[in-house]
Design a protein around this ligand. Structure first.
Ligand SMILES: [Zn+2]
Length: 95
């Protein structure tokens, strides 16, 4: 069975929620959309800019799953990283 992964950084035409941190992605904002498909099914995974900016590193660090807890763990371990700070600020702003 063949599958595909497609990554895009579109502009939001609707308000979404980040699938990783749960922050709002507001209309007009750029976000990351990862589409994976195979066997007639397509899954879309949405990331806000803050999560998208560090997603690759989180993946390399954790190597398994994604989700709020995984991002929070990575941020805890990388508080010197400006992307971690930006992520925390985004979570705060969206609560
Ligand atoms: Zn996010």
């Amino acid at each position: 069975m063949s599958g595909f992964v497609r990554r895009a950084t579109p502009t939001a035409h609707y308000q979404w929620r980040c699938d990783d941190c749960g922050a709002r992605i507001v209309k007009g904002e750029t976000y990351f959309r990862t589409s994976t498909g195979g066997g007639g099914t397509v899954w879309d995974w949405l990331d806000c800019l803050a999560c998208g900016a560090m997603a690759r590193d989180v993946w390399a660090w954790w190597g398994n799953d994604f989700g709020f807890e995984v991002f929070a763990e990575w941020v805890d371990a990388h508080l010197e990283d400006p992307r971690a700070i930006a992520w925390l600020q985004r979570i705060e702003a969206s609560r």
